[in-house]
Design a protein around this ligand. Structure first.
Ligand code: DGL
Length: 276
């Protein structure tokens, strides 16, 4: 089989989706990637579903114009409110979101069937995680909590500062003050894995933290194989191209925290989605 050398498109409202890209890059060494962060319009997590859908459609059309063979919606908020619309609009290009894989990871981790989902306001309002978890585990007890300030802390690169510790305490104390506290926390937002150390310290080692990056990468690998879209092993040197809708310099600098490795700002192209 010659393999399909076209890149995989990855979309997020900003830099947080680089945590998902990182898992994809590790899992799929022969694939090429195009990543788009809509940094000019972040946060999506406080916006209405209609606005998020409109933004996500514009963004993913840019990825299509880069001839991607698949689109990964790394943004939890966009996955929660726009996945069906994107699937229809981008067909026949397959679209994969992060909610289902995140729910699967949470269900696999819990022993008490008590799961808390930390996410943005819009993701919580739409209850997509609770629905996905209940599809997999009907008797699960799911608590959802909007932790919007975590997004700003992560965007600032404040992975483990005093402000981060204080925000973690303020959000999570009520959840763990109650009887029957959850044993599993789903980090249902691209940005939250960056704060994992501060969160784990607060909740203690008995609580399992899960994020959807690994399970999403597994779902992408499965879909590529199922649709015969895998690149061949000799598809050449890895190339990752980045697009951002604001400040490529900041994208490269702060993005490195999420990606876990340096990003050359020369590899980041400024794009105006309204003009795309
Ligand atoms: N990417 C968003 C998410 O995963 C977080 C940042 C935002 O609010 O745009 O929900």
């Amino acid at each position: 089989m010659a393999g399909d050398p076209r890149p995989i498109g990855v979309f997020d409202s900003g830099m947080g989706g680089l945590t998902v890209l990182r898992a994809l890059v590790a899992r799929l060494p022969e694939e090429q990637f195009v990543y788009l962060g809509d940094t000019a319009r972040l946060p999506y997590g406080t916006k209405s579903p209609d606005t998020v859908r409109a933004y996500a459609l514009q963004a993913t059309h840019l990825l299509l114009s880069e001839d991607v063979k698949m689109v990964v919606i790394a943004c939890n908020t966009a996955s929660a409110v726009a996945l069906d619309a994107l699937g229809e609009a981008l067909a026949p290009v397959p679209v994969i979101g992060v909610i289902e894989p995140g729910a699967r990871a949470g269900v696999a981790a819990t022993r008490s069937k008590r799961i808390a989902v930390l996410a943005t306001e819009s993701t919580v309002k739409g209850a997509a995680y609770a629905q996905a978890i209940h599809r997999l585990m009907a008797d699960a007890h799911v608590e959802q909590m909007a932790c919007q300030v975590f997004v700003a802390l992560a965007e600032e690169g404040w992975a483990d500062t005093r402000a981060t510790t204080a925000a973690v305490e303020d959000y999570l104390q009520p959840l763990f003050a109650q009887a029957d506290a959850p044993d599993t926390l789903v980090l249902g937002c691209t940005h939250f894995p960056v704060l994992a150390t501060a969160i784990q310290r607060h909740v203690g080692d008995a609580i399992t933290l899960v994020d959807s990056a690994e399970t999403t990468a597994a779902a992408v690998a499965e879909t590529l194989a199922g649709l015969d879209l895998k690149a061949s092993a000799d598809s050449g040197t890895r190339a990752i191209r980045f697009f951002a809708t604001d400040s490529p310099e900041r994208f490269a600098r702060i993005g490195a925290i999420f990606f876990g490795g340096a990003i050359d700002d020369e590899a980041v192209t400024l794009v105006d989605l309204k003009m795309a």
